[in-house]
Ligand binder design. Structure first.
Ligand SMILES: [Zn+2]
Length: 280
């Protein structure tokens, strides 16, 4: 049964990748990705495949983890009975949330968003400040290859106190990257990790003037890297952030303005002003 669950998770990941690619590059040919999705669907038992597809038409999030803190379904937030949690941990059957019907799985160790200090601001700030911070701007990535760049940004999230376990975070992002590259034209990439427990959608931003081989469709080097962590409930909202960022940096003028920044302060200022009309 573990195998079926893994296939379901992989299927959902491919479907997310498909939506991401459609958002970031509407003209791209996606035949290969669509074929992989069809192959995976064929491997699943028929009843599970049809249930998956039915649910997926309603909402993109169909296979969700149980949140560790309070044993709730990460899809609908309703508590999962302890007996069911235990059965899922043994993963001998494919089991669903009794409230929303989503397939449930148990993740032993998920990186967690660090809880905010008591007394921290509760109201979300407007615009891009909802999703990032000056402390997460890196004007000169030290890395000179994709893997090290992803790990560097993941560690930045940890050292700046945003997410725990930066090393694991980096590995998870690279695993996602191996499904299909998140690099798009214009020298931008969006490596990311889903199913972070708690917190909100957050990104770190790194620049590499000389460029990195990130696997962009046309072989173009990547100079702007957004590393994004996505809590389960923000899965669909992530596509809106992605669309906003892609829209902002569609022009060479905007990309060059960012690439010219030599300090985190300047990067943050530039990012804030460039996104003021595209990200709310
Ligand atoms: Zn549920």
């Amino acid at each position: 049964m573990k195998q079926i669950l893994n296939q379901l998770i992989q299927l959902q990941e491919l479907n997310f990748a498909l939506s991401e690619q459609k958002t970031s590059n509407p003209e791209a040919r996606l035949t290969q990705l669509e074929e992989s999705i069809n192959k995976l669907v064929e491997k699943l038992p028929e009843d599970i495949a049809s249930r998956y597809q039915r649910m997926q038409q309603r909402a993109p999030l169909v296979v969700v983890p149980i949140a560790h803190i309070n044993n709730t379904c990460a899809g609908c937030g309703i508590a999962v009975p302890v007996a069911l949690v235990n059965e899922i941990r043994k993963s001998e059957q494919i089991l669903s949330c009794q409230n929303c019907g989503r397939f449930l799985y148990y993740l032993e160790n998920t990186p967690r968003r660090v809880p905010k200090a008591p007394g921290a601001r509760v109201e979300p700030p407007p615009g891009i400040a909802r999703f990032s911070d000056m402390a997460l701007m890196l004007p000169k990535l030290a890395a000179d290859n994709r893997d090290d760049a992803v790990k560097e940004l993941a560690m930045l999230m940890t050292t700046q106190g945003f997410v725990e376990e930066g090393d694991k975070l980096g590995d998870l992002a690279l695993r996602r990257e191996s499904v299909i590259s998140t690099a798009v034209e214009g020298g931008i990439a969006f490596p990311h990790v889903r199913n972070i427990e708690g917190g909100s959608l957050t990104f770190a931003l790194g620049l590499k003037e000389s460029g990195l081989k990130f696997g962009a469709p046309d072989g173009e080097l990547t100079k702007i890297v957004f590393f994004i962590v996505i809590p389960t409930p923000a899965s669909a909202f992530y596509l809106r952030l992605l669309a906003g960022l892609v829209g902002t940096f569609r022009t060479a003028k905007a990309r060059n303005a960012l690439l010219k920044c030599g300090t985190p302060e300047k990067m943050w200022q530039t990012l804030t002003s460039l996104t003021s009309g595209t990200i709310s």
